[in-house]
Design a protein around this ligand. Structure first.
Ligand SMILES: Cc1cc2nc3c(=O)[nH]c(=O)nc-3n(C[C@H](O)[C@H](O)[C@H](O)COP(=O)(O)O)c2cc1C
Length: 212
C-alpha cells in the first residue's frame, strides 16, 4: 500500500495497529501522535545509532530536542564521536521506547545540520544545567579528576552569575529525515506487532506489517 505525501492520515493516537489494516496512514502523523509536541520541550531520550569510523555500529542516548512534523532534531558537541561519524556518513537510526505504553519507534534516515536559528532555539530550551554542561564538558575536563571537574563547574557558573547563556561555538544540532519508520506495539493478550513504513524516491510511503 502506498500513501502519498499530504494524503489524509487515517488516524492518530494508537493508530499503529489501526482497526482496518488497509487504512491509509501517514507515519509522520503517527509519529506526531506518539511523540511530545515541540512546546513540551526536549525529550524523551532516544538511542542514537551511527556507523562508527571503524565500520562497527556506535550508539548512545540523546534527548530528542523536538519533532517538527518531518524531522527529529537532536543536539550535541561538534567535537564528539557522533559528530565525526555523521560527518563521515550522514545516516543514523534512533530508537525510542515507552515500556509503560508497550511502544517502540525506530526511525532510520538521513541526517543534516539544523540552521543556526534552530540550534540557538534548542539551546535556549535546555535546562540551565544542560546549558552549562555544553560549555564545560570537554576532553580536558574528562581527563581530570572529579574534584577538578567540580571546581571547573563552580568557576564557570560563578563567572556567569545568573546571566543568560549563549550556546558555545561547539553546540551542534542535527535533524534526522526519516526514510524508514517502524512502530512497535506490544499486547498482553496477543502477539506484538510492527508497522513498517519505507519512503520511496517519489516521497510516497509503502506500509507493511511485521511480526515481533
Ligand atoms: C539520559 C541521557 C541524555 C543524554 N542526552 C544527550 C544529548 O541530548 N546530547 C548529547 O550530546 N549527549 C547526551 N547524552 C550523553 C551521550 O549519551 C554521550 O555520552 C555523549 O553525547 C558522547 O557520545 P559520543 O562520544 O558517542 O559522541 C545523554 C546521556 C544520557 C544518559
Amino acid at each position: 500500500m502506498t500513501v502519498l505525501p499530504g494524503q489524509a492520515a487515517a488516524a492518530t493516537g494508537d493508530a499503529a495497529a489501526p482497526a482496518d489494516p488497509a487504512a491509509l496512514v501517514d507515519p509522520l502523523v503517527l509519529a506526531a501522535a506518539w511523540l511530545p509536541s515541540a512546546e513540551d520541550g526536549p525529550g524523551p531520550t532516544m538511542t542514537l545509532s551511527t556507523v562508527g569510523l571503524d565500520g562497527y555500529p556506535d550508539a548512545r542516548t540523546v534527548l530528542l530536542s523536538r519533532f517538527d512534523g518531518e524531522r527529529l532534531h537532536f543536539h550535541t558537541d561538534a567535537r564528539s564521536r557522533k559528530a565525526a561519524e555523521l560527518a563521515a556518513l550522514a545516516r543514523a537510526a534512533v530508537t525510542l521506547v515507552w515500556p509503560e505504553a508497550a511502544r517502540q519507534l525506530v526511525v532510520v534516515g538521513d541526517v543534516a545540520p539544523v540552521t543556526d536559528a534552530e540550534a540557538r532555539a534548542a539551546y535556549a530550551a535546555r535546562t540551565r544545567y544542560l546549558q552549562v554542561l555544553a560549555w564545560v564538558n570537554d576532553r580536558e575536563a574528562a581527563e581530570r579528576d572529579p574534584e577538578h571537574r567540580r571546581r571547573a563547574w563552580a568557576d564557570f557558573t560563578a563567572s556567569r552569575g545568573g546571566a543568560a547563556l549563549d550556546p558555545p561555538s561547539t553546540w551542534a544540532g542535527y535533524a534526522l529525515t526519516p526514510r524508514r519508520m517502524v512502530f512497535w506495539r506490544g499486547a498482553v493478550d496477543a502477539a506484538s506487532h510492527r508497522t513498517a513504513y519505507e519512503r520511496g524516491p517519489d516521497g510516497s510511503w509503502s506500509q507493511e506489517s511485521w511480526p515481533g
